[in-house]
Design a protein around this ligand. Structure first.
Ligand SMILES: [Zn+2]
Length: 244
């Protein structure tokens, strides 16, 4: 009976965590507000200014890449909590900031845009209760539309199952990144029709490190004659944030 009530207690506290996360996802500090961030972390994430990033070396075919901020501090913690610990309400504040990055990357003039999220592998989507970038992209598209940038989400790519990267040399890892995605032919006509109408394509992802993943996604799109002019990401690993 004791074991049973403790199991019930665990279930209850898990439910309470889902509804009212106890800790701020950004700093693990005092009670987060409704979306899981304390005021200080929400303010830090809101204050970040999108900036151009250039991984060194820059992989061939990488679209012009803009990130909200360095992958550090409360932004890093919030991304990890959203992605790895199932804190889905963080799609709100993070998706809204991704919309800022897309707008900054495309320049001041609003215009129609299609976001192409870097797809999760089937295994990752299972582990994370859904495709976390698809959810973020949808939120960002809603926010862009609200601001007068007609925006949608297109998913013309599928992720291949990923080899276990622990076993791979860096050359193998690069080759694996290059072949990480395949085109979904059935999705292409609608995307092509949008592009012919002047809709701009933006590849979106959470974190850029070497840029190999974004370059591979853009390369597959280019094979389908779809040109993603820019990539928008939430965070860039710190030493690769360019001052210019
Ligand atoms: Zn905090």
């Amino acid at each position: 009976m004791a074991a049973r009530s403790s199991a019930l207690g665990d279930t209850w506290s898990a439910l309470v965590d889902l509804v009212l996360p106890a800790d701020c996802a950004g700093c693990a500090g005092a009670a987060g507000h409704r979306r899981g961030l304390c005021d200080a972390c929400a303010a830090a994430i809101a204050a970040a200014k999108p900036q151009r990033v250039r991984p060194q070396p820059e992989p061939p075919g990488l679209p012009r890449c803009v990130a909200l901020a360095a992958y550090a501090g409360s932004l890093r913690e919030a991304i990890l909590a959203y992605k790895e610990r199932g804190r889905h309400p963080l799609a709100g504040p993070l998706g809204d900031r991704l919309a800022d990055v897309v707008a900054a990357a495309l320049g001041a003039v609003p215009g129609p845009v299609l976001l192409v999220p870097v797809p999760a592998t089937a295994a990752a989507a299972r582990d994370r209760y859904g495709d976390h970038m698809l959810r973020l992209a949808r939120r960002a598209a809603r926010e862009l539309s609200r601001r007068g940038w007609p925006a949608g989400v297109a998913c013309p790519l599928r992720a291949r199952p990923r080899p276990d990267s622990v076993e791979l040399s860096s050359a193998d890892r690069l080759r694996a990144a290059e072949s990480a995605f395949v085109l979904l032919p059935g999705r292409l006509p609608a995307v092509r029709a949008a592009v012919r109408r002047g809709v701009r394509l933006v590849v979106v992802d959470d974190v850029v490190t070497t840029g190999a993943t974004l370059a591979a996604a853009a390369a597959r799109l280019r094979e389908a004659e779809l040109d993603a002019q820019v990539a928008a990401v939430l965070a860039a690993t710190q030493r690769r944030v360019s001052a210019r």
